[in-house]
Ligand binder design. Structure first.
Ligand code: ADP
Ligand code: MG
Length: 262
């Protein structure tokens, strides 16, 4: 059985991409098979896993808009995870899909096809772009759950209500089984009470679970993408890497929870 998790927040810079790469690498360390899908035309996930988007002939764009077999596009990475890469062409997919009936379901079809393939993945992690556009809605439509990385600053909750409205619409119209797995505190500065207060306020206001532990803010994260590896490889024993390992273990437990029936 595949667990498909969308990592979404329309705010940029909250560590969506970092979380996808790091949780993916941590799940692979635990022996799970993992596919990461780069849904951001900026292709930061693709780049940070050591692949130059400029030289790719095929990308997730071709899978979504031209029906290319995803297995023809998937790349193995040094982090032990497979990647469905993005290129800047994906910016066009958003426009191409806009006029297409059933666009919300394009990614769901791909994920289902992969699940039926012999080598079905244990996990598919979807790295959403910083918007609530077609690609994010397609990701939420394909997902079993959504995880919301959140930088615990005073104004960081402003987008959460909007994101949850979108989740609500997706549940009504395209994926009634979508579950909110919770918020993941990122770029967390545990030395201040402020971060904890913001986190508590947000989780209470929106009735959201908090996925533990918080990911500490550390300079080590800046070094990983340039090396083309996740922080689990570039800084194996750092607090950031350890935190992502613990989060991944908690997500495995979460995936075993009986599903609430819609
Ligand atoms: P998003 O995908 O939400 O836009 P990214 O994952 O690209 O966010 O992260 C934004 C920036 O923050 C990147 O430069 C990344 O290296 C940095 N970053 C992510 N997590 C941490 C952390 N825990 N500590 C310090 N810097 C981080
Ligand atoms: Mg990103």
């Amino acid at each position: 059985m595949t667990t498909t998790l969308a990592i979404a927040n329309q705010k940029g810079g909250v560590a969506k991409t970092t979380s996808v790469a790091s949780i993916g690498a941590a799940l692979a360390e635990l022996g799970h098979t993992v596919l990461l899908v780069d849904l951001d035309p900026q292709a930061c996930l693709t780049f940070s896993l050591g692949i130059d988007p400029e030289v790719l002939e095929l990308s997730v764009h071709h899978v979504l808009t031209q029906g290319v077999d995803p297995l023809e596009v998937v790349i193995e990475t040094d982090d032990g995870v497979d990647l469905l890469p993005a290129t800047i062409e994906l910016a066009r997919a958003e426009a191409d899909l806009l006029t297409r009936t059933g666009r919300e379901h394009v990614l769901r079809g791909v994920v289902e096809a992969l699940e039926e393939a012999d080598a079905g993945y244990d996990w598919v992690l979807l790295d959403c772009p910083p918007s609530l556009g077609v690609l994010t809605v397609a990701a939420l439509t394909a997902a079993d759950g959504v995880l919301v990385p959140l930088q615990c600053e005073t104004l960081s909750h402003r987008g959460v209500g909007q994101l949850l409205d979108t989740v609500h619409d997706v549940r009504r119209f395209t994926n009634r089984d979508l579950e909110v797995w919770g918020v993941l505190p990122t770029l967390y500065d545990g030395r201040t009470n402020h971060a904890r207060t913001v986190l508590e306020t947000i989780s209470q206001t929106y009735d959201l679970e908090v996925v533990e532990p918080p990911i500490p803010k550390t300079i080590k994260f800046a070094e990983a993408p340039a090396a083309g590896r996740s922080i689990l490889a570039t800084s194996r024993t750092s607090k950031g890497a350890q935190a992502y390992r613990a989060v991944a273990a908690n997500l495995v437990t979460r995936s075993q929870r009986p599903r609430a029936t819609a």
